[in-house]
Design a protein around this ligand. Structure first.
Ligand SMILES: [Fe+2]
Length: 317
């Protein structure tokens, strides 16, 4: 039958010599292996969570042998549990970091955009663009692309701890990372308690008081914060009443959630990831997720939506 003949013509005929010749000329036959086109995205990163309680113990123990003057920074990376990953998601990454009492780390700058959520501090500071900015608990400090930033701790008794979040997997995949270091004299630096690079907890709380709950029940009360200094990332704060269950959804954006207060869990696909203060949850793009709050709770969310939106690739279900 003629239709069979046409079908036959569409079947790739095995021919090792033909394929070898193509390989040896520096090509790959397009009919071998996977092409780039699939009906929908696959993201090999997995849902994941990291415990602040455990991270704190590990950092205190590392502070006895790791000196940031030598190691640049004392941090532990929240690497995704999927095979061979060193970053939290394919576009975003987070680490826990500590500065010991009385310690200073030199200043550096990089094309990677970053922010830090302060978990514990009594006298720690970040230098941003030549000014000393106090690190206050629950504040977020932004260190954008190519801005000098160093850090130190004026407390002689207490270590300071925070969560760094960065777009370095994205900048790295685009091969646009630059990095420089310099020494700064912190002693002579002026304090800035109104830095434009700070999202203050006080301000966040005021915004939350006026926020309405999500009509789609995809969120709790959710407010977008001003993070325009780091244009690859959006930051939201989200507040849940006790026993709130959000509607499962997925989108083409990767998301990191930091628990500020309260307790509950985030379900990613079929797995549950518990949160309480300081824990971080990673939700890869195009994986289903929903939140459940045991108690009244507040989460920060950092996502890569601005990048995905910029080129018309944002979709949600
Ligand atoms: Fe940095």
């Amino acid at each position: 039958m003629s239709t069979n003949k046409e079908d036959e013509m569409l079947i790739v005929q095995g021919d090792e010599d033909r394929d070898k010749e193509i390989f040896s000329a520096g090509f790959i036959p397009g009919w071998i292996g996977e092409g780039g086109l699939q009906p929908e995205p696959t993201n090999e990163f997995e849902g994941a969570s990291w415990s602040w309680e455990r991270a704190r113990e590990l950092l205190i123990s590392a502070s006895k042998s790791i000196n940031p003057r030598v190691a640049e920074r004392r941090n532990i990376r929240m690497a995704n549990p999927a095979k061979d990953k060193r970053t939290s998601l394919n576009t975003l990454h987070a680490s826990y970091q500590m500065v010991a009492p009385g310690e200073f780390a030199r200043s550096h700058r990089h094309t990677v955009n970053a922010g830090r959520f302060i978990i514990e501090s009594s006298g720690a500071f970040t230098t941003i663009d030549g000014e000393k900015v106090p690190m206050l608990e629950n504040d977020i400090l932004l260190t954008p692309n190519w801005i000098w930033h160093g850090l130190g701790n004026d407390s002689t008794e207490n270590g300071a701890f925070w969560i760094d979040f960065l777009d370095d997997p994205l900048v790295s995949s685009l091969k646009t990372i630059f990095f420089e270091v310099r020494d700064e004299n912190y002693k002579d630096m002026k304090n800035n308690i109104q830095s434009p690079f700070v999202i203050s907890w006080k301000n966040v709380q005021e915004l939350l008081e006026e926020a309405a709950a999500s009509p789609t029940e995809m969120y709790g009360q959710r407010v977008k914060l001003d993070s325009s200094a780091i244009p690859t990332m959006e930051i939201y704060v989200e507040k849940f009443a006790a026993k709130t269950n959000t509607t499962p959804n997925k989108s083409t954006s990767g998301r990191l959630f930091i628990c500020v207060e309260g307790s509950g869990y985030t379900k990613v696909d079929e797995k549950k990831f518990d949160w309480r203060r300081g824990n971080v949850i990673a939700v890869p793009s195009w994986h289903n997720f929903s939140h459940f709050s045991e108690t009244e709770s507040i989460l920060f969310e950092i996502n890569d939506e601005p990048v995905i939106q910029a080129f018309g690739w944002y979709r949600e279900e």
